[in-house]
Design a protein around this ligand. Structure first.
Ligand code: PLP
Length: 369
């Protein structure tokens, strides 16, 4: 055993080396594949808003100047589009950053934070980074179970992280249920509603979190520009009560949102036509892909996001791993989700028409092989 004495070199805080690093979706296919379709990170198949591209180009000439540390104009643009007060918004380097800041600010060693069985993985990483204990709660039918979450609350619970809709399942918790969850929580427990896919949800009983935040002291909603065309720009934000805004503003980096992100973000959120085109494309192709894959005999978890979770048969020849190899060899890059508790499933981002048709055709041949 090579036990390193504490004095021999710097040692991370207790618990840090227990963290399993996040593994992002693949982006490359084997050499020789003519065309690569990246369907592994839930990006927008329509790409960035052309207006965001233009704004990013323009800011390039002024990259010597520090950005506005409060991202005021970006907050105002977000506030205007969503009908919010800009003082209740904090912007961040992707919503991942804000999730991490919330954990860092509200969790201490010995505290517990609740996540659900198949939840987005970064929560666990940030909970452990803060020295706190992640408590994973069973889901029902691949959906967060409000009663199970409430039953897991203890005097040590400080945060509940709820992705709504969740990634990688694509399932959502209706507003009445989220409200019931909130009503059942002690007032010192923070409910984090991660609405990364809110733009894509087309359900009357869904609410991203604005209403709950507005009426409570212990709810925040986090959002991102990543899934609607700006994953590379890294722009996230939270809508939160002022006392939480105040705490996070003390902890965050003074210039956490860069100048390019600010300008691209302002242009993107104002380009409602691009958002609407993206959402309409997803609505059409999410339904088509789900239906076609079901017709092939594959189980698809009903999704309201811009991706689907595809479950593969038990026989080894047609497992998710085999399907992944088969698709990758043909340029279709999907996401393995074993780490999310789905060893025999793949997550597929809804892509362009060409990509969607290509995956369905390839899987049809694969399943017959
Ligand atoms: C993609 C995603 C995020 C964060 O994305 P950022 O690019 O960091 O803004 C947050 N939550 C869920 C559930 C996601 O899928």
């Amino acid at each position: 055993m090579n036990q390193t004495p504490d004095k021999a070199r710097p040692t991370p805080r207790a618990g840090i080396m227990d963290i399993e690093a996040y593994v992002p979706g693949k982006s490359t296919a084997p050499a020789g594949v003519a065309k690569v379709y990246k369907l592994s990170s839930n990006e927008n198949p329509l790409g960035p808003s052309p207006k965001a591209i233009e704004a990013a180009r323009e800011v390039a000439a002024r990259l010597d100047v520090y950005p506005d540390g409060t991202a005021r104009r970006l907050r105002e643009a977000i506030a205007e589009v969503h009908g919010l007060n800009p003082t209740n918004i904090v912007c961040s380097n992707g919503s991942d950053e804000i999730l991490g800041l919330l954990a860092q600010t509200y969790l201490a060693p010995g505290d517990e934070a609740i996540i659900t069985e198949h939840a987005f993985m970064v929560y666990k990483i940030y909970i452990q980074s803060a020295g706190a204990t992640p408590v994973s709660v069973k889901e029902t039918d691949e959906r967060a179970d409000v009663d199970a979450i409430l039953a897991a609350v203890t005097p040590r619970t400080r945060i509940i992280f709820l992705a709504n809709p969740n990634n990688p399942t694509g399932t959502y918790v209706p507003f009445q249920e989220v409200r019931r969850l909130h009503a059942g929580l002690p007032r010192n427990v923070l409910l984090v509603l991660d609405a990364a896919y809110a733009e894509y949800v087309r359900r009357n009983d869904y609410e991203a979190g604005v209403e709950l935040v507005a009426g409570a002291e212990n709810v925040v909603m986090t959002r991102t520009f990543s899934k609607i065309g700006l994953g590379g720009a890294r722009i996230g934000w939270m809508y939160a009560p002022l006392h939480i805004v105040d705490a996070i503003n003390r902890v965050r980096g003074p210039f956490n949102v860069n100048a390019t992100a600010i300008e691209a973000g302002i242009a993107a959120i104002r380009d409602r036509a691009h958002v609407e085109r993206s959402v309409a494309h997803n609505e059409t192709w999410l339904a088509w892909v789900s239906e076609e894959l079901t017709r092939l005999g594959l189980r698809v978890t009903p999704s309201v996001g811009n991706f689907v979770l595809i479950h593969f048969p038990e026989d080894k020849k047609h497992s998710a791993a085999a399907a992944d190899d088969y698709l990758t060899a043909r340029g279709y890059i999907l996401r393995r989700v074993s780490g999310y508790g789905f060893p025999n499933a793949l997550r597929m981002t809804i892509g362009t028409e060409e990509a969607n048709r290509g995956v369905v055709a390839a899987l049809k041949t694969f399943l017959k092989s």
